[in-house]
Design a protein around this ligand. Sequence first.
Ligand SMILES: [Cu+2]
Length: 258
Amino acid sequence: MGGLWIGQNVNLLPIEASANAPVYDELFRVLFSIGTILFIGILGLVIYSLIRFRRKPGQLSDGIALEGNLPLEIFWTAVPAVVVLFIGIYSYDIYDRMGGMTPLAHGDMHTHNSATTESKIWGGIGNASEKTGYESSIASLPIEVTAMQFAFLFHYPEGDIISGELHVPVGRPVSMRMESNDVIHAFWVPEFRLKQDVIPGQPTILNFTPTKPGRYPVICAELCGPYHGGMRSTVVVEDPNEYQTWFNKNAKDETLKT
Ligand SMILES: [Cu+2]
């Protein structure tokens, strides 16, 4: 019970800043609860046994010979089997709800159609569409991400903006098309609970809807060379007006400014 309480109430994760984050955290809390229950249970049993079965004064003979206990063996095989099966099915369900099973290059990916024709695109995790609570009528914001040793570059086709910092308006779905210039990198924002590989010659897609204004780190999560540890950027989630101000200041195409 203590393990269950700790699993549900101790939060080790950073704040939830995307529509996808609460779905992910639901799974994390379940896994953390199971882990804590096992840890406390097993540790308790070990401590109990150390005290209860310790050698009594003057006791010099061997312990009694024990061999085999079928009911016990069935029990400790069946329990982990059920737990692991449950975790497997539940993880699949969470991954599906995060959009990981959605076939790509369909529907809301139309903004990238010109790019999809030449090469198949992998990875569409982060859609979490039915849980976002935002109107699907809002067109997603297309951003092209280029990763290289050792930086991320963000290109906004709408205003032809190139930025080293990712700016996104809160509440609007973002659809990123990512490609690497050299080696494999990974785009990771812990507060969004999202991570996607960025691969040379193989574009990947990452969709998300930011839900909380703030500045969050973008971290390269794939060892990519000597300065991999310094390959970081920032994602700035701001309210739509502030985003528009930033956009207007940086957009090259005057006609797009509002
Ligand atoms: Cu990298």
